[in-house]
Write a new protein. Structure first.
Length: 123
């Protein structure tokens, strides 16, 4: 009878353990760990142009592309080679996560203004 009671007690504790946050979050490392794994690249859209139009990032690394739209109209950051698209509202910013990427050139453009083009160079 004692054995059956011990099993019930363990079974009752298991669902409670699932409710606890993971150890890195308890130690306050959750955000730092996630942020430390990415290289950030910043692109500004001003006067319907990417500034800079050419950005570089390391190969075999995860990349966060931070797009700051300083124009008064929305823009759509898009890349066929990166297989992504992100609409960024006027006077706001958007984040896109990609990678890890192999060395090469990855073109991107504003789908709402096709003359606005740029390149991500991964080395």
């Amino acid at each position: 009878m004692k054995r059956a009671g011990a099993l019930v007690g363990r079974r009752a504790l298991f669902p409670l353990l699932l409710l606890l946050p993971p150890l890195p979050l308890l130690l306050g490392l959750g955000g730092a760990m996630a942020q430390g794994q990415y290289t950030t690249v910043e692109i500004v859209v001003k006067d319907k142009k990417f500034v800079p139009a050419e950005v570089k990032a390391p190969a075999n690394a995860r990349i966060v592309i931070q797009v700051k739209n300083q124009d008064a109209v929305a823009m759509e950051f898009e890349s066929k080679s990166l297989k992504l698209e992100k609409v960024v509202a006027p006077n706001s910013e958007g984040l896109v996560r990609v990678g890890p990427l192999k060395p090469g050139k990855y073109e991107f453009f504003d789908d709402f203004n096709m003359s606005n083009r740029g390149t991500l160079i991964v080395e």
